[in-house]
Ligand binder design. Structure first.
Ligand SMILES: [Zn+2]
Length: 563
């Protein structure tokens, strides 16, 4: 009966008012379960698209009137549709990198890692580099750092460079140290550390933070063509995960040149918000500031209006700057990469030219320095909408939590980091400070915007799945549902909030709330079509929900393979 009456309605509507040419949609998506995140029309069954924008959103009957002779109609067969998901922090060009490295993520000990490295060495000629990533002493039962001698024993001739501790440390052999010219006399570079033996003063084979560069700059050069291929693959990968956009957490001018080239070749079906890497508030920044921000290039495919800088390092490698010493190392308080003064200058300089600044801050001291810097910069630039972002905002002093909202600072966080770090984070900071760790619920409740991302460039690409992130935000549990009730379960968020963390909040974090983040008339028709309704299924099924279709500006740019 309902079906009959709705058909009748359609017919009447179609007869009574055939669409005028201006009104006809290019594409209609119908028979969907649309979760719009638009308070005016929270739920819808269909929508009409014209010229990449949403022309109308509503019931099937309401949308039928936009159907013209040439309108393409896509039947969603009841699938759930959410606004195009946006990853607010990932190293975009890296996710498409060809697998040419050894992955050590699954290893349970240094011995296991050495076994894998040994096998790989058999495949390459003497003298060639072996590069690997993904090891972590936490998954090695909290063992001490390994040393160069084990690696040198199995690889006397091939330099070996193994990035670990979530990219904050590298384990190298003697050959790599030799090629990089690192000896007992080499001083630590700013923001980095060369670990040295207490007895002999010789390097142990472990490099931290900025010291990784000492070796990585000797790796074989990557060609521009291979970079471009990688970036093409990055786009494909992101679309496969249902992402319509991403915030690229630090690229250089040359990489941006490749993005533009792909855009000019009409080979960039994605929306990328670029943070340009600036080591400090000095020369590199000045050279970028000669040009104004570039906003919405290629029909909103590419925007370059943000700088990325670092306040400190990471927790795993004890590089995160803490107000008090580490709970598991009373000598260590972390590493400051940019001081409060430097950050203030950076925000002022960038802000006065219309650029946003995104600052990596993990420890409570790194975060406090950054918040102080924002407060000072705002006094110099009254009335300016700076929207400074803190990338990670991992460990916060309780008194700093409300400052995100009061200073309009965006917390750009990675739910999956919490579930990856929960095995060691508390060991690092102790039972009191951990209460301010990964606190997306406290931040949201205080009125701050929390934009979610993945930031797993050294992990297998599956970690980029935003549904894993939504699952982690909602449950604070790993893939096996551990721990019961979630890790510090009071910081869980409801599913609607988790969805906003991947849509509306990243849109706002990129000054794009007028065109992205919800399924609203006038906004870009970016959609993620899912195999299940993630608002109603059991929590455990969120991770395995599949992406049926990814839609960019009304065009289907990814479709799940048949079967
Ligand atoms: Zn990152």
């Amino acid at each position: 009966m309902r079906i009959l009456s709705s058909i009748a309605c359609c017919l009447i509507a179609a007869c009574a008012s055939p669409p005028s040419v201006e009104e006809a949609a290019e594409v209609i998506f119908e028979n969907g379960n649309f979760i719009t995140l638009d308070p005016e029309t929270p739920r819808a069954e269909a929508l009409a698209v014209r010229g990449e924008r949403l022309l109308a959103v509503g019931s099937r009957e309401e949308i039928a009137r936009y159907r013209g002779e040439d309108t393409e109609v896509i039947d969603l067969e009841g699938a759930t549709v959410v606004p195009g998901l946006i990853d607010a922090h990932e190293h975009f060009p890296d996710i498409g990198k060809r697998v040419q490295q050894v992955f050590l993520d699954e290893t349970r000990s240094a011995a296991e890692a050495l076994e894998i490295v040994k096998r790989e060495l058999e495949k390459i000629p003497p003298g060639e580099w072996l590069v690997g990533q993904g090891w972590h002493t936490v998954t090695w039962n909290g063992s001490d750092y390994p040393g160069e001698e084990e690696l040198s024993r199995i690889s006397p001739d091939n330099p070996v460079y193994l990035v670990g501790m979530a990219s904050h440390a590298a384990w190298v052999n003697a050959k790599a140290l030799e090629l990089a010219g690192i000896t007992r006399d080499t001083p630590d570079p700013p923001g980095g550390k060369i670990l040295k033996r207490a007895d002999t003063g010789e390097p142990t084979g472990i490099l931290l933070e900025e010291a990784l560069d000492l070796v990585s700059r000797h790796l074989p050069p990557v060609t521009r063509e291979s970079r471009k291929e990688d970036i093409r693959r990055s786009i494909e990968t992101a679309l496969r995960f249902g992402l319509t956009g991403m915030h690229d957490a630090g690229s250089d001018a040359e990489t941006v040149g490749i993005f533009k080239e792909l855009l000019a070749e009409d080979a960039f079906p994605f929306r990328l918000y670029v943070m340009l890497d600036v080591p400090d508030a000095g020369a590199v920044l000045d050279s970028y500031l000669k040009h104004p921000p570039e906003i919405g290039l290629g029909d909103h495919r590419l925007t370059i209006r943000c700088f990325k800088a670092y306040a400190d390092g990471a927790l795993g490698a004890r590089g995160a700057a803490l107000l008090e010493p580490y709970s598991d190392d009373s000598e260590a308080t972390g590493l400051i990469q940019n001081s409060e003064d430097e950050l203030t200058r950076l925000i002022q300089k960038a802000g006065s030219k219309g650029y946003q600044v995104a600052i990596h801050a993990i420890g409570d001291r790194g975060n406090r320095n950054t918040l102080n810097a924002v407060e000072r910069a705002q006094k110099e630039l009254p009335g300016k909408d700076l929207r400074v972002r803190i990338e990670h905002a991992q460990i916060l002093s309780p008194s700093d939590i409300p400052r995100f909202a009061s200073l309009s600072v965006i917390a750009s966080m990675q739910p999956i980091h919490a579930t990856m770090d929960m095995g060691f984070a508390e060991t690092r900071v102790g039972p009191e400070r951990i209460k301010g760790g990964y606190v997306w619920q406290s931040l949201l409740s205080s009125g701050a915007r929390v934009a979610a991302g993945s930031d797993t460039p050294s992990f297998p690409v599956a970690y980029n799945n935003p549904l894993w992130g939504i699952h982690a935000a909602v449950t604070r549990q790993d893939a096996l549902g551990k721990p019961e009730g979630g890790w510090y379960g009071d910081q869980k968020v409801n599913r609607m909030d988790a969805l906003k963390m991947y849509t509306l909040h990243p849109a706002y974090a990129a000054f794009e709330e007028e065109i992205k983040g919800s399924i609203s008339v006038g906004k870009l028709a970016d959609l993620t079509v899912l195999s299940k309704d993630i608002l109603t299924i059991p929590e455990v099924e969120i991770r395995d929900t599949e992406v049926v279709m990814t839609v960019l500006g009304g065009k289907v740019v990814y479709r799940r393979p048949e079967g």
